[in-house]
Design a protein around this ligand. Structure first.
Ligand SMILES: O=C(O)C(=O)C[C@]1(C(=O)O)C=C[C@@H](O)C=C1
Length: 239
């Protein structure tokens, strides 16, 4: 019997792994316009994975609203950049084994931390939440905020400045991002990143190809055991 053809063969044959990434979500993926390249934890992970596979990584810009459509249109072989595992996405795709656990928590100006501890406190008339479109943040906001105002801000690289400037009161996002942004933007405080509202996992987004998934999962497992994963994580998410 024929061996099932895999995307893995195509990647090895062409010598190129096409990796999609949105480039707007530090510490996982950030476009460095000054350097003409992406940087971040998931960027380093994918480069290390490509090296282990013996192929060159070709970077493809995608976005949260177009992530699934770009995968379906075969614009990349896998996508990275702080992608959350989500059962809706998994109807059309596969995920690698998860490599990080996290959850949603608010970030707000520090004087408001006591006011925005719970979703019930946040979901009040007059609360102005800001959200980036297309990802799990928007899904979470729409599911939990029925009374508070939700304003969509399309650019995730400037969204936190909306809170600093007082044009929004808060954003609910991954705890790992709130921890980083409170360091980058004095005046902003993560509300309770150690006890987020929900549980989620980060993984690589893959097409429906089990041989490719098996190879990526095996690489992730070995990267953990060898210390490669811990070294890359510590560079971008210092403890
Ligand atoms: O959609 C996802 O999987 C993400 O984790 C991306 C997502 C989001 O949830 O919107 C997470 C945090 C960033 O602020 C931007 C995008």
């Amino acid at each position: 019997a024929d061996e099932a053809a895999s995307r893995l063969d195509a990647i090895v044959d062409r010598g190129v792994l096409r990796v999609g990434t949105p480039g707007d979500y530090a510490p996982f993926t950030r476009w460095r316009a000054d350097q003409g390249r992406f940087e971040g934890m998931d960027i380093d992970l994918a480069e290390a994975l490509g090296q282990a596979l013996g192929v060159r990584v070709e970077w493809v810009k995608t976005s949260w609203p177009t992530l699934m459509a770009d995968l379906a249109a075969d614009k990349f072989d896998l996508a990275v950049g702080g992608v959350s595992v989500n059962l809706e996405r998994q109807k059309k795709a596969l995920f690698s084994a998860p490599y990080l656990r996290d959850g949603k928590t608010p970030i707000t100006r520090c004087e408001n931390v006591a006011r925005f501890q719970t979703l019930a406190q946040i979901d009040q008339p007059g609360t102005r939440a800001v959200v980036n479109p297309g990802g799990t943040n928007e899904k979470f906001a729409r599911a939990h905020l029925k009374t508070a105002q939700i304003r969509v801000h399309p650019d995730n690289t400037t969204i936190f400045d909306e809170i600093v400037a007082g044009r929004a009161d808060l954003m609910i996002t991954d705890a790992v991002e709130t921890r980083l942004q409170q360091k980058l933007r004095p005046g902003l405080c993560a509300v309770h990143p150690e006890a987020p509202f929900d549980y989620s996992e980060k993984a690589f987004l893959l097409p429906r190809d089990f041989a490719l998934k098996a190879w990526v999962d095996q690489w992730l497992h070995l990267a953990r055991e060898s210390g490669t994963f811990a070294r890359i994580q510590a560079k971008w998410i210092p403890q």
